[in-house]
Design a protein around this ligand. Structure first.
Ligand code: GLU
Length: 299
């Protein structure tokens, strides 16, 4: 099977050193494996993503000699595909509309944390894990409020989804390098609660669209940062429910700032554009993130 990987930035800012590292780890692996390296713009948040950021990303990648095998796939052009996947889960009764406001959720989290005596984790997508259950409202009441146009999000009924998926959820994690030996990791999505699959304004979510696209683009190896490792359990669950293959995963180290924090888009000084303007060469960028010179393709 041919090796296919992807780099999937969100065009809501310029690339920083951490993104460039991820892109280089992907593109280096594809070169070593004589595989394909695809690009995907994760631009479902059409309010924050902008064409000029996409253009900036393409410019930075080209400057770094990171050449994708074809044009980027833009998620904003594929809402119908995500809607079809969502409809399938809805038909199976695994999705429900939830109407709790942010403040109601925050209050429920505080109450739950007080009862537990420790802080609740966050959804791997960054949202507060909702300790609110589907059975707070009847399905009929939910349908009525939805029909009346009340704001809602669509949530996965995690307990029902885990039951429908059945036992033995796991993924293969490549050790050391993306093409390294595999280790089976059991997936435990249940701890993430009823994750959000779509919003009223954005008819999909990161979790749903990433899973659909990895399958549609024939990705064999998902190579991404360690920060997304926890989300993989949710992705493996969605793959099982949607009848999609689970690729091999490799979660690479993160590039941290001098204080040991993850780089963020608001820290302009680490942007590739700023480093280039300051006179850094592509080879120096590779050295900054401890990568050896770019490998030559194996063919
Ligand atoms: N769009 C995500 C990000 O920029 C990447 C998600 C992934 O690689 O699965 O963090």
């Amino acid at each position: 099977m041919r090796f296919v990987c992807r780099f999937a930035p969100s065009p809501n800012g310029r690339l920083h050193l951490g993104h460039a590292f991820s892109a280089m780890v992907n593109s280096d692996a594809a070169r070593r494996m004589d595989g394909r390296f695809l690009l995907r713009m994760e631009d479902i948040d059409t309010a924050r993503c902008r064409p000029e950021y996409e253009a900036g990303i393409l410019e930075d990648l080209a400057w770094l000699s990171i050449v994708p095998s074809g044009p980027p796939r833009r998620q904003s052009e594929h809402f119908a595909e995500y809607a079809a996947a969502l409809a399938r889960l809805e038909r199976e009764g695994l999705v429900y509309p939830a109407f709790e406001s942010r403040s109601e959720i925050a209050r429920a989290v505080i109450e739950k944390e007080a009862a537990l005596g420790h802080a609740l984790e966050r959804d791997p997508d960054g949202a507060l894990i909702t300790p609110l259950a589907r059975n707070r409202l009847s399905d009929r009441e939910r349908a009525r409020r939805r029909a009346e146009g009340e704001a809602f999000v669509l949530r996965l009924d995690m307990a029902a989804a885990v039951e429908a998926a059945g036992p033995g959820l796991f993924w293969n994690e490549a050790q050391g390098v993306p093409e390294g030996p595999l280790r089976a990791v059991p997936a435990d999505p249940g701890r993430w609660g009823d994750v959000i699959l779509a919003r009223k304004d954005v008819p999909t979510s990161y979790h749903l669209s990433v899973v659909v696209d990895d399958a549609l683009q024939g990705i064999t190896h998902v190579i991404r940062g360690q920060d997304i490792y926890p989300a993989t359990a949710v992705h493996v669950l969605l793959q099982r429910l949607l009848g999609l293959p689970t690729p091999v995963y490799h979660h690479h180290r993160l590039i941290l700032d001098v204080d040991g924090r993850k780089l963020s888009k608001s820290q302009g000084s680490h942007s590739i554009a700023a480093l280039r303007t300051a006179g850094a060469s592509p080879a120096e960028i590779r050295a900054m993130v401890d990568l050896p010179p770019q490998p030559t393709p194996s063919t």
